[in-house]
Design a protein around this ligand. Structure first.
Ligand code: AMP
Length: 234
């Protein structure tokens, strides 16, 4: 086979309105869940900086060692580390048709970096920022109630979507765990960081005409349907 002569397989029915979709809601807004729903529908990858950083910490790589302390305290990891990670990931072939960003950019500096990357590497193709809005009370219950299967990564919530058997994954039968940064003190710090650093992105994207608002308080299916309607190219 000669590389480049074979077109990509056609994508069933749906195409995306923008090349890069950025999710800018606060921690607990459902960005993880929604990004996976978007990925499945539009067949594009999710780039989750939180997930990539957690993997680096687990594997004890030099990035993981540099990021660990910030993550454990709920602070942001230094921009240069995260920006390098994102630049490398976006350059991979599976991102050529588009991608969803969960957890990046987290501040204005990162947003400007991303705009530079998209402008230079993708010929200036479009992006869209989705702000998933959720009440403070729901955010806290989602974060404090979140439990994860260490085997398959399925998310549960002890208040909203508990597993069939308490504390155990429905799929794997493994004991569910709580993310170390989902304890009350760290949650407070993450929400403060969001207010200080990430919320200003809403004005930034709004002034560029790239912001779309989504009500994230309903069931995950309702939120997903609203997002699909916004993202589908007509
Ligand atoms: P998340 O899974 O998106 O809530 O991210 C978990 C943690 O990873 C955050 O609290 C930060 O410490 C770190 N992190 C994730 N994404 C970024 C980013 N774009 N910039 C800086 N730190 C990040």
């Amino acid at each position: 086979m000669v590389a480049g002569l074979h077109p990509e397989p056609p994508v069933a029915g749906v195409s995306l309105i923008a090349h890069a979709v950025v999710l800018v809601g606060p921690p607990g807004a459902g960005k993880g869940t929604q990004s996976h729903a978007i990925a499945a529908e539009f067949r594009i990858p999710v780039i989750s900086t939180g997930l990539m950083l957690r993997e680096a910490v687990q594997r004890n790589t030099s990035l993981g060692m540099a990021a660990r302390d910030s993550m454990e305290s709920g602070a942001l990891v230094p921009d240069e580390l995260v920006c390098r990670l994102v630049e490398e990931r976006i350059g991979e072939p599976d991102c050529a048709r588009g991608f969803i960003m969960d957890g990046f950019p987290r501040n204005l500096n990162q947003a400007i970096f991303l705009e530079g990357l998209l402008g230079s590497t993708k010929g200036g193709v479009g992006m869209l920022a989705l702000n998933i809005r959720v009440s403070q009370k729901t955010l806290l219950m989602r974060l404090a109630g979140r439990r994860v299967c260490p085997e398959c990564g399925t998310n549960y919530n002890i208040f909203f979507s508990p597993p069939r058997k308490e504390g155990v994954c429905d799929n794997e039968g493994r004991a569910l765990v709580q993310r170390p940064d989902d304890n009350e003190e760290v949650i407070r710090r993450r929400l403060t960081e969001y207010e200080k650093q990430t919320r200003p992105l809403i004005d930034h994207y709004s002034s560029l005409g790239l912001l779309r608002e989504v009500d994230g308080n309903g069931s995950s299916e309702t939120v997903t349907a609203a997002i699909f309607a916004l993202l589908r190219a007509s």
